[in-house]
Design a binder for this molecule. Structure first.
Ligand code: ADP
Length: 254
C-alpha cells in the first residue's frame, strides 16, 4: 500500500504538471495571437495621425496655406493635436507592455467641455474620409472637473469609433445634462450599431464585435476598455444603448 500511495502521488504530480504545462501553452498561444493582432493594428493606428500631420505640413509648405495666417494656425493646431495623439498612443502601448494592470495617473482640473469637443471635432472633420456632422448640445461655458489628457482621449476614442463603425455619412451628437447628483454626457452616432449580445463585452480588453462587412476596420479592442477605466477612475460609469443598423449611444455619468 506504501507503493500504491507513492504511485498515486506520482500520478497526481504528473497530471498536475501536465495541466500546468497545457495552461502555460494556451496562455502563450493567446498572448502570441494578441501580439500578432496588435502589431498588425498598430501599423494602422500609427499611420493615421502621421498621415494627417504629413497632409497638414504639405498644405503649409507646398499649397500656399502658409500665406494665410488663419490656415497656418489651423494646420499647426491639427499637427499639434495629432502629435499629442501619437504620444498618447506610444504611452498607451508602453503602459500595456509593462503591465496589464497599469495604474493611470490623474490630475483633475476644470476643463471647458464645449471647447474640448469642438477642438476634437475640427480635428476629425478634416482628416476623415467620411462626411462627419457634429451636433453639440453642450451649454456654452460648461466646465467639468476631469483629467484633461485622459478625458480628451476618452472623447477621441468615442469619436474615432463613431466614425469607424459607420456608413459614409456620420452624425455624432454630444448631449450634456446637469443633474442634481452629477452630470452626464451622451455621445451618440448613427452607425452600424452593436448587437445586444456584445453590448457588455465591447468594454473588455481586446474584444471586437466579430461581424459585418463594414467591420473591415483596424483596431486593438482597447479603446472602450480604456474609456471605462478612465471614467471609473473619475468615479463615474459608462453604459451603452445600441441598435444594429441604427446607431449607438455611449452614456458617461459622473
Ligand atoms: P477597436 O475599435 O480598436 O476595435 P474598441 O474597444 O474601441 O476597439 O471597441 C470594441 C469594439 O466595439 C469594436 O471592435 C467594435 O466592434 C465595437 N464598437 C465600438 N464602438 C462602436 C460604435 N460606435 N458603433 C459600432 N460598434 C462599435
Amino acid at each position: 500500500s506504501w507503493l500504491l500511495g507513492c504511485s498515486l502521488l506520482l500520478l497526481l504530480l504528473t497530471t498536475g504538471c501536465f495541466v500546468l504545462m497545457l495552461k502555460t501553452i494556451l496562455r502563450q498561444k493567446r498572448l502570441s495571437d494578441i501580439k500578432n493582432d496588435f502589431i498588425n493594428n498598430m501599423t494602422h493606428e500609427l499611420k493615421t495621425p502621421i498621415s494627417t500631420i504629413t497632409a497638414a505640413v504639405e498644405a503649409l509648405l507646398h499649397f500656399g496655406a502658409l500665406k494665410d495666417p488663419r490656415k497656418t494656425e489651423e494646420y499647426l493646431h491639427i499637427s499639434q493635436n495629432n502629435l499629442q495623439r501619437l504620444s498618447d498612443l506610444v504611452e498607451k502601448v508602453l503602459n500595456l507592455a509593462v503591465e496589464e494592470k497599469q495604474e493611470l495617473e490623474f490630475h483633475k482640473e476644470p476643463v471647458s467641455l464645449a471647447e474640448m469637443v469642438s477642438d476634437l471635432a475640427a480635428d476629425h472633420r478634416i482628416k476623415s474620409a467620411k462626411t462627419v456632422i457634429f451636433n453639440m448640445h453642450i451649454p456654452f461655458g460648461t466646465t467639468v472637473q476631469v483629467d484633461r489628457m485622459h478625458f480628451g482621449n476618452v472623447l477621441n476614442n468615442l469619436i474615432d469609433n463613431a466614425i469607424k463603425y459607420s456608413y459614409d455619412r456620420v452624425t455624432i451628437s454630444f448631449d450634456f445634462r446637469k443633474e442634481p447628483e452629477g452630470w452626464q454626457l451622451t455621445v451618440s452616432d448613427n452607425g452600424i450599431g452593436i448587437p445586444k449580445a456584445y453590448q457588455t463585452s465591447v468594454f473588455d480588453r481586446f474584444f471586437r464585435v466579430p461581424t459585418g462587412d463594414l467591420h473591415q476596420v483596424k483596431g486593438f479592442g482597447l479603446g472602450l476598455a480604456y474609456v471605462r477605466q478612465v471614467v471609473e477612475k473619475h468615479g463615474g460609469s459608462v453604459s451603452l444603448a445600441s441598435e444594429p443598423g441604427k446607431g449607438s449611444a455611449f452614456v458617461l455619468k459622473f
